[in-house]
Design a protein. Structure first.
Length: 115
């Protein structure tokens, strides 16, 4: 089993920044891929950013140049640095891990971008 615990969400003004953290219950090198997804009210969950075991990253077009995914191996933690936030970034953000072909999810953390 895998537990993922997210933190770092909150309320921020447009143009502001937040950093989300996702701490796993096991070494993040045991995962094929880790990623951040988000789900806004009335919309489907969508991929925001992912990082593979080899360190390759990918981003949704909507966040390229503004968001950065990174990891800190010794802390079993993946981060999502979000800059230049927009109201349309408002959503619940979920951490995801692919472990041996199974997907595991965190509980989600709310990000609200509003003035």
């Amino acid at each position: 089993q895998v537990q993922l615990v997210e933190s770092g969400g909150g309320l921020v003004q447009p143009g502001g920044s937040l950093r989300l953290s996702c701490t796993a219950s096991r070494s993040i090198f045991s995962f094929n891929v880790m990623g951040w997804y988000r789900q806004a009210p009335g919309k489907q969950r969508e991929l925001v950013a992912g990082i593979a075991r080899d360190g390759n990253t990918n981003y949704a077009d909507a966040v390229k140049g503004r968001f950065t995914i990174s990891r800190e191996n010794v802390k079993n933690t993946v981060y999502l640095q979000m800059n230049s936030l927009k109201p349309e970034d408002t959503a619940v953000y979920y951490c995801n891990a692919d472990y041996r072909g199974f997907n595991f999810w965190g509980q989600g953390t709310q990000v609200t971008v509003s003035s």
